[in-house]
Structure formats: structure tokens, C-alpha cells
Design a protein around this ligand. Structure first.
Ligand SMILES: *Cc1c(COP(=O)(O)O)cnc(C)c1O
Length: 308
């Protein structure tokens, strides 16, 4: 019996399915430059989990399982899509999981309630202590947990995200993604072809270190690929969502049946339309925008703010 159990553990594969991914064409009006815009709908992978998060998690979980870890621990804020995704991914793979959460346990959120419902155990740490991740890891070191960085940042995360490029048509010229930690962006860049450019719409305000954080996930050769981080579309900062953005989200839904979230994908889509209007893209550009999901973030809005 014991032997059987061990064999089972050895051959266990990670169970995350990347189903229902499709490209949605957005028909542009007054399209004199013959630009095509398609949305890679990673949001359709799962109704709650952000599309890019499972891609980022897959090789961390594989490594944890191969190393016979039984428990995963990671970090995040009260609105972290990474926390919810880790909770669900771990439960699906029979791993116990802990979320080290920044802030006060009396201030819960939809996101944290979902994480708990998916089986994550939450440990709250005040804002100043949360900054020192090494001290937190030290505190729990006797538990033998497999640690994943906040937001899934790291090389294994980028390698997982690189798999997203399998779903991007080869003749695409511009691939666009919203960036937080930049891990997904770095992953796309790893599998970028010479005729392609990857653009990151930074949703954080004044996060000038993002270029360094991305570079440290790249080889020297990858650092010379064609990429650009655009910092003009944060709308006041992380998770800030002025009326103008909400109105834009409603328009996207009414006109294209495209749901977006307030933190990431709405800002990316706004940037794309604005850059098209400003003639940023050369004639005949073929754009693929990665819809990374994150729709659960909209639960923090008052009911009926959005029509979807
Ligand atoms: C986390 C997240 C991102 C950003 O991913 P990074 O790899 O941290 O840059 C983009 N979109 C959504 C919906 C996310 O949840």
C-alpha cells in the first residue's frame, strides 16, 4: 500500500486546465490604417481565476510537487488575484495553502472570502512587517512550506506565462498585456518572435523599478528583444477607477460584448484605443491584446455599477 502511494505521488501531474481560450475580433471604426485587433480571452479559462495567474503558477506547483512539498505559502493584499488563483490551484492539486495577507483581518474583502472558500488559510500581517518577506519566511521556516513570491513574481512564473504565446497567431505584430509585477510580460517576451513587439500597460503609478524587475527575469539576449512599458494609463494608481474608466468599460461591453476589470484589463483596452487614435501603430499592424481576466476584482464595486 505504501509503495503504491509513493508511485502515485511520483507520477502525479499538475491539474490546471487551459480550456476555452479563444481570440475575439474587435472591429475598428474608421480603420484607415488597416489595423486588426484581437483579444486573447484568457478570462474564459475560469470564471473567478485570472487567466494569466494559472499560467504563472504551473511551474511553481510542479516544482513543489516534485520536491514533495505538501504546503504552499504566498503573499498578497486584500484584492490580490494571485491569492485567489493560488488558493484554487492548490486545492485542485491537493496542496494545503497559506496566504500571508497584508493588513488587518477585520477588513476582509470579496477576494479574501473567495480565497478562504477555495481552501486557503489566511495569516494577517501588518503593513510594515509585510515589507520584510524574509523575516516572515524565517518565522515559519520549521513548517517546510514551498514559498511563492507576491504576485507570482519570478523566473518560474515567467516561464509559465511564456506558454501563453502558444495561443498568439504567428503573424501578430504587437502583443499587449497589463503589467503589475511584469512577470507575465517577461514570459511573453521569452517566446517573442523577431517581427513582434510586446507592450506592457503599467497599472501601477510611479513604479519605475519595473524595468529592472523585468530585466532580472530575462537573459541578456531576451533583453534586446523589442519591448516597451507604457506608464501613461494607470488612471491615478493601482485599482483607481475614475468615472471615465467605468464609462469606458460600459462602452466596451455594449459595443463588443467584452467584459473588463477595473484594475488591469480596462486600462489596457483604454490604452490600446487611445494609442490607435494617436497613430502609434504602423499601417497593417496586427494587434493581440491579452485579456488576463481579473473580473472578480469588480466585486468590490457597488452592485449594478456595471452591466456585466
Ligand atoms: C496579476 C494580473 C496582471 C499582471 O500580471 P503580472 O505578471 O504581475 O504583471 C494582469 N492582469 C490581471 C487580470 C491580473 O490579475
Amino acid at each position: 500500500m505504501l509503495i503504491l502511494t509513493n508511485i502515485f505521488a511520483f507520477v502525479r501531474m499538475i491539474d490546471l486546465q487551459f480550456n476555452n481560450i479563444s481570440l475575439q475580433e474587435i472591429v475598428l471604426l474608421n480603420n484607415t490604417e488597416n489595423i486588426s485587433l484581437n483579444i486573447l480571452r484568457l478570462d474564459n479559462i475560469h470564471p473567478i481565476i485570472s487567466g494569466n495567474k494559472w499560467f504563472k503558477l504551473q511551474y511553481y506547483l510542479k516544482e513543489a510537487i516534485a520536491g514533495k512539498f505538501l504546503t504552499i505559502a504566498t503573499f498578497g493584499g486584500a484584492y490580490s488575484n494571485h491569492i485567489v488563483a493560488t488558493a484554487e490551484a492548490c486545492t485542485k492539486n491537493n496542496l494545503e495553502c497559506f496566504g500571508i495577507i497584508r493588513g488587518d483581518e477585520h477588513r476582509t474583502s470579496h477576494t479574501l472570502e473567495l480565497a478562504k472558500a477555495y481552501g486557503m488559510q489566511l495569516l494577517f500581517v501588518n503593513r510594515s512587517d509585510f515589507k520584510n518577506k524574509d523575516a516572515i519566511k524565517e518565522k515559519y521556516k520549521h513548517h517546510n512550506w514551498y514559498w511563492i513570491n507576491e504576485g507570482g513574481y519570478g523566473l518560474k512564473g515567467a516561464e509559465g506565462a511564456a506558454d501563453i504565446m502558444q495561443f498568439v497567431p504567428v503573424d501578430t505584430t504587437h502583443i499587449i498585456i497589463a503589467t503589475g509585477t511584469g512577470t507575465t510580460f517577461a514570459g511573453l517576451l521569452k517566446n517573442l518572435l523577431p517581427h513582434q513587439k510586446v507592450m506592457g500597460i503599467n497599472v501601477l503609478k510611479g513604479n519605475i523599478s519595473i524595468n529592472n524587475e523585468i530585466n532580472s527575469l530575462l537573459t541578456e539576449e531576451e533583453q534586446h528583444k523589442n519591448f516597451e512599458i507604457i506608464n501613461d494609463y494607470h488612471f491615478g494608481g493601482y485599482a483607481k477607477h475614475p468615472k471615465e474608466l467605468i464609462e469606458f468599460m460600459k462602452q466596451l461591453w455594449l459595443q463588443y460584448n467584452l467584459p473588463t476589470d477595473i484594475v488591469y484589463t480596462s486600462k489596457m483596452m483604454f490604452a490600446i484605443f487611445d494609442l490607435i487614435n494617436k497613430n502609434y501603430f504602423p499601417t497593417n499592424s496586427k494587434i493581440v491584446a491579452v485579456h488576463s481576466g481579473g473580473l472578480q476584482g469588480n466585486f468590490s464595486l457597488p452592485v449594478n455599477t456595471l452591466p456585466f
